[in-house]
Design a protein around this ligand. Sequence first.
Ligand SMILES: Cc1cc2nc3c(=O)[nH]c(=O)nc-3n(C[C@H](O)[C@H](O)[C@H](O)COP(=O)(O)O)c2cc1C
Length: 320
Amino acid sequence: MQQDVNTLEHRDTRRQWLRSAFLLPIAGAISRRVFGSQAASTSEGPSTQEEPHSVVLPQYPDDVMRPVNLHEFESVARTKISLPAYDYVAAGAADELTLVANRAAFGDFWIRRRVMVDTSNVDTSLELLGFRLAHPILLAPVGVRDLMAHDGDRLTAVAAFNSKAVLVGAPRDLMVDLGKQNRAPRWWAASLGHAKREEAARWAKENESAGASALCISFDYPYSGARDRPSRDHWESQWSETGRYDTGDGEVAFQAGMIAPFTPNLSWQYLGWVRDVTTLPIVVKGITNGEDAKRAVEAGANAIIVSNHGGRTLDGAFAT
Ligand SMILES: Cc1cc2nc3c(=O)[nH]c(=O)nc-3n(C[C@H](O)[C@H](O)[C@H](O)COP(=O)(O)O)c2cc1C
């Protein structure tokens, strides 16, 4: 099954362009012009040297071409994981308007540069929810890390530990396990919410006693996002048990939108359910406007994360 996944502009093109055959004719034409005009301007008259026909750009070995920025990892992933798995990770909801808008919005940020500031000692550390962090980098909750690499949850956790990033959405048992080896990163538990008060309370207490530094609840997932790419791929949502990424029978196991209510009854009272049983900071993820930010704080949140779930839930929501 093949489909065009190149629906978005990618910035991973520096190296691709180097390798691209598209550049060779242009480079050849440029070199002919440069060499030709240089030869004509010498006192010795027109050059008798043979004109180069093309410039052969160096073919870098794979270890040189290895990904060095985040954008480049995406094209590597396309070759390493199956299309349904890739699509599941990359897809936004519906027409992916919000996904595209998110990326475009990043392109609108520019740095106003000041000069003549002594930067020999740069301190990126900050105080966040009661802890001193080396830098303000948090890994967002991602439910399917094992889909992208065998033992992906553990690898991500160890990477977070090594780079001093906060891991949001860490599996509790894994954190306890890594904690025994002194290799657990600072972590926040994450949840998409629970339908019942007892479930929410149990989740909060269990994570607090396992060593979470905060509890993060995403309020933007009352229904699974209606994602076209997994539908087209016949995505098998039980992949971790079946070992397959498509249902194999043309059915779509990934049910989204109104067909798949997740926690449609979630409301601000949820924060009270959690607040009553924990002293940990509560972070509400998925806020995209001032009214909701205010409501979240009034209802007991210590912090909010401005997010539209990467455009994976409600298409048409504006960019963060
Ligand atoms: C494969 C994948 C799985 C995700 N799973 C979750 C999840 O379980 N819970 C959640 O709150 N967000 C989840 N997200 C959303 C991310 O946490 C994050 O919000 C998103 O990638 C975009 O970043 P933004 O929040 O800055 O818009 C997932 C994103 C991806 C790509």
